[in-house]
Design a protein around this ligand. Structure first.
Ligand code: RIB
Ligand code: CA
Length: 301
């Protein structure tokens, strides 16, 4: 099994990504970051998911704010708790440490992938402490950015927009980097039919996933008039556990930091191959959504 560390901001789709990672990979640990909700909430949610899965994966709390500026959250989608609309699971779990950066720096091995599915603050702080870190891990797979449209602004995706300076540091670190942006993740979508299938499975995790998707559909109906939701974060897990499902291309990607309208945009060089700048990332363009959704449903059984 591929060995991974999940850096996340649970978050409804982060929670599903954690279920997938525990089913299809060996999860060495979880680091949490401020993002969808404040760090206290994302950390509590990560602990709750480990209780749901009945696993002893250590959870390390990380950065409570971005490198520059004030914390930004996505509570309009995920609610104040970061995981609204989901029945809370009672448990007695506590964090392993409050220093996710140290955990990230100490844990790796040449075969360990860092799957980062929230703002990239923790990874940037690790790189600040030890730039050689990227040579001690297999690579970094992120859900973040976009080769087309944004979601938080016209051109910026939330994870990047929440900490552009951190993202710029990660893209510039020389890591083996896989980028699952919105152009990809919008291809993997949940529907009410998926919720109905999950409700008939009968396991605690299937009931949990049904609640997660049902809540996301409620929010999407309210925000964009559609009862469907993109399953963003699971894509970054599948890019490591099932890379055969995702078509990626080498691309030069940089993060805009100055633009009034474009701050937080991942600027992907998509000119003809003979004119492109040297690639620093593998950008995902297509996913076998049918097979990917089968894998999501299989790990809920
Ligand atoms: O833009 C989608 C990303 O922002 C996902 O990681 C979701 O969990 C939110 O953090
Ligand atoms: Ca996330």
């Amino acid at each position: 099994m591929t060995r991974v560390i999940i850096d996340c901001d649970p978050g409804h789709d982060d929670a599903i990504a954690l279920v997938l990672a525990h089913r299809y990979a060996q999860v060495l640990g979880i680091s949490t970051v401020s993002g969808n909700a404040p760090l206290s909430e994302t950390t509590a949610n990560a602990l709750m998911v480990t209780a749901l899965l009945d696993v002893d994966t250590p959870v390390h709390a990380g950065a409570a704010r971005p490198l520059v500026g004030e914390p930004r959250h996505a509570q309009v989608v995920h609610g104040a708790s970061g995981l609204d609309g989901v029945e809370r699971i009672e448990h007695r779990r506590t964090v392993e440490s409050l220093n996710a950066i140290e955990f990230l720096l100490d844990a790796p091995d040449k075969d360990v992938w860092i799957v980062a599915i929230g703002p990239l603050t923790n990874l940037a702080l690790a790189l600040e402490r030890d730039p050689s870190w990227v040579r001690r891990i297999a690579g970094i797979s992120i859900m973040g950015g976009s080769a087309t449209v944004g979601n938080t602004t016209r051109v910026a995706e939330f994870n990047i927009f929440a900490d552009p300076e951190a993202a710029a540091r990660v893209f510039g670190a020389g890591a083996e980097l896989r980028m699952c942006g919105l152009n990809l993740t919008h291809q993997l979508r949940t529907t009410d039919a998926i919720v109905s299938r999950l409700q008939s499975v009968g396991t605690a995790r299937a009931r949990f996933a049904a609640q997660v998707f049902d809540y996301l559909h409620l929010r999407m109906e309210d925000l964009i008039g559609e009862r469907e939701a993109a399953l963003h974060d699971p894509c970054a897990v599948l890019a490591v556990t099932h890379p055969e499902l995702i078509e990626m291309e080498p691309r030069a990607v940089d993060v805009e930091l100055e633009g009034t309208l474009t701050r937080g945009m991942t600027v992907v060089d998509q000119r003809s191959s003979r004119r492109q700048d040297p690639a620093n990332a593998s950008v995902a363009y297509r996913i076998d959504a049918h097979r990917a959704m089968d894998l999501v449903l299989e790990c809920m059984a």
